[in-house]
Ligand binder design. Structure first.
Ligand code: PMM
Length: 311
């Protein structure tokens, strides 16, 4: 039996990558620290709002909080590492102190390293095939858990690069090539999390094909992250009169994907609506007979801190 560490008054977190439960699918909450969060009150108020949101996510059942300073939506602008760090480091530091397990959503090695120094646990790199040699050296040197996401090109160019004969086979083969480089540099294979990169150089139906191929990804023996939350392919699925469903109205479909990902053995689902994601995963696991006792650190919803019993 393992008990998540207590951190005073606030919600509890697992505190380290190693302490994360292994018997169920984890919930990774998305915490964007982008200028929208600074719209009123400036950077400091933006940091405070982001920290509060991160704590709220932990209370709602996030096992991991994914902190990012740059939007990676198709067509978005790239951000300088210094500005990225200015946005995210105070947030990483505060949430790490609160016991959160944190991933940092960046493709800049300098930002990844600064975030690890500030208490982050996992590097979540959406650069895919353009992964830099410095990033490989960094995660190998630090033995940092690393989310290896499949992508082609950059957010500006990726939509034009979505030509595949066999999307699952090609994505897997490209990920395996990169995995070889990471392991060759000395990163322990169990620290590599595979992510098919839904929406990154993938067109609508290709995303569903990749989700259907989840068993092929888990069969590699790596942890697999499914990050479908509010993505464009869900908007397209739910379109009415040719108009895609707006991002804020895609959470029910996201929850359905999260439940099926949990049933399919995903290591984690990356979601905006943490409460809905945690509920979906809990229902899927209950259906499949997974112990409810492993549900979440601190069992925040009942307010009663309990130990977790990973299987
Ligand atoms: N997608 C986005 C951002 N970060 N990280 C991983 N590992 N996988 C993803 O698919 C992913 C990501 C873009 O989506 P958002 O703007 O809704 O966060």
């Amino acid at each position: 039996m393992r008990t998540p560490p207590r951190t005073g008054q606030g919600p509890t977190g697992w505190g380290s990558f190693e302490a994360l439960p292994t018997g169920r699918t984890l919930v990774m909450g998305i915490l964007n620290v982008t200028p929208d969060s600074f719209s009123d009150g400036g950077l400091h108020a933006g940091h405070d709002a982001a920290i509060d949101r991160g704590l709220q996510m932990m209370a709602e059942g996030a096992d991991i909080v994914d902190v990012g300073g740059e939007s990676t939506r198709p067509g978005s602008e790239r951000l300088e590492p210094a500005e990225e760090q200015r946005r995210i480091l105070p947030v990483v530091e505060a949430l790490a102190t609160a016991g959160a397990v944190l991933s940092v959503d960046t493709y800049h090695p300098a930002t990844a390293e600064a975030a690890l120094d500030a208490g982050a646990h996992i590097v979540n790199d959406v650069s895919g095939l353009s992964v830099s040699p410095e990033m490989i050296d960094l995660v190998a040197r630090r033995q940092a858990p690393y989310v290896l996401m499949h992508a082609r090109g950059t957010p500006a160019t990726m939509d034009a690069l979505a030509d595949y004969d066999d999307v699952a086979g090609e994505v897997l083969a490209e990920l395996e090539g990169l995995r070889g480089r990471l392991v060759g540099a000395g990163l322990a294979p169990e620290r590599i999390v595979l992510d098919p990169g839904l929406g990154f150089a993938k067109r609508g139906a290709q995303n569903w094909e990749l989700l259907r191929a989840l068993p092929r990804f888990t069969a590699t023996g790596h942890r697999v992250l499914v990050a479908a939350s509010r993505k464009r392919f869900l908007g397209t699925l739910l379109e009415e009169d040719g108009t895609p469903r707006p991002a804020g109205q895609r959470d029910a479909a996201t929850a359905a994907v999260s439940a099926l990902a949990a049933q399919g053995g995903a290591w984690a689902v990356r979601v905006h609506d943490v409460r809905a994601g945690a509920d979906a995963v809990a229902a899927a696991h209950a259906w499949c007979g997974v112990e409810p006792a492993v549900l979440r650190p601190g069992q925040a919803r009942t307010g009663a801190p309990t130990g977790a019993v990973p299987r």
